[in-house]
Design a binder for this molecule. Structure first.
Ligand SMILES: Cc1cc2nc3c(=O)[nH]c(=O)nc-3n(C[C@H](O)[C@H](O)[C@H](O)COP(=O)(O)O)c2cc1C
Length: 184
C-alpha cells in the first residue's frame, strides 16, 4: 500500500475484535509516530493492560457525561458507548504543558501512526476525549498510573486494533474537510 492508498483507506474505527496486535506491528506503528515532524519532545504511553484501559475508559465516559458539552454528552449517552471502543491498544500522547507546540507535535505523530496502522490492515481512531479522563488534578492518579511524566499533559490519543464487522458509532460516509485557496 502506498501513502495515497493509506490516506484514502484510513477511517475512524469504533468497534474492535478482542484480538491482540502483534509486537512487530505495534513496533512499526510506534516508530512511525517517532519519525513525525516535531518542534520539541513528547511522550507516548502504550496501554495494553486491560484494567488500566478500563479505568481510563470509565473515567473518560463519566467526564463526557458531566462535561456540559452537548455533543459529548449525546455521544456518551448512546447505548453501549465506550470512549475507547474496546480496542486492545491505547496510545496516549503527552507533551510538556509549557510547550505551545505540544498539541501539534503529538497530532502529527498520531496521524503518522494512524496511516501506518492502516497499511498494516489495522483499524484505528484518533481521540481527544481521553483528555477529559486523564488531565486535571482530579485525574492525577490515572495520569501517574499511565506513566505520563510530571509537567506533561495529555494532548491526544489513538486506539488501534482489528476492526469488528460492524463499525458502531460511526454514521455515514467519510467527507473531505478543508477549504483551499490557490494564489498563483
Ligand atoms: C481533534 C480531533 C479529535 C477527535 N476526537 C475524537 C474522539 O474523542 N472520539 C472519536 O471517536 N473520534 C474522534 N475524532 C475522530 C473524528 O471524529 C473523525 O476523524 C472524523 O469524524 C472524520 O472521520 P474519519 O476519521 O473516519 O475520516 C477526533 C478527530 C480529531 C481531528
Amino acid at each position: 500500500m502506498d501513502v495515497s492508498d493509506a490516506i484514502a483507506k484510513r477511517k475512524s474505527i469504533r468497534a474492535y475484535l478482542d484480538k491482540p496486535v502483534s509486537e512487530d506491528e505495534l513496533g512499526k506503528i510506534i516508530e512511525a509516530g517517532r519519525w513525525a515532524p516535531n518542534a520539541g519532545e513528547f511522550q507516548m504511553s502504550v496501554v495494553r493492560n486491560p484494567e488500566l484501559r478500563q479505568k481510563i475508559n470509565d473515567r473518560t465516559h463519566k467526564a463526557m457525561l458531566n462535561s456540559g458539552v452537548e455533543f459529548l454528552q449525546q455521544r456518551a449517552s448512546l447505548p453501549g458507548y465506550q470512549p475507547l471502543y474496546d480496542a486492545p491498544v491505547l496510545i496516549l500522547l503527552s507533551g510538556p504543558a509549557d510547550n505551545p507546540n505540544s498539541a501539534i507535535n503529538t497530532a502529527v505523530a498520531a496521524e503518522n501512526m494512524l496511516l501506518q496502522a492502516t497499511e498494516l490492515d489495522l483499524g484505528s481512531c484518533f481521540l481527544a476525549s481521553t483528555k477529559l479522563g486523564i488531565n486535571g488534578e482530579e485525574n492525577r492518579d490515572l495520569a501517574q498510573e499511565a506513566g505520563i511524566p510530571d509537567n506533561y499533559s495529555l494532548q491526544c490519543a489513538i486506539v488501534v486494533g482489528y476492526p469488528a464487522a460492524e463499525n458502531k458509532f460511526t454514521a455515514g460516509e467519510r467527507t473531505r474537510k478543508g477549504s483551499v485557496t490557490y494564489i498563483d
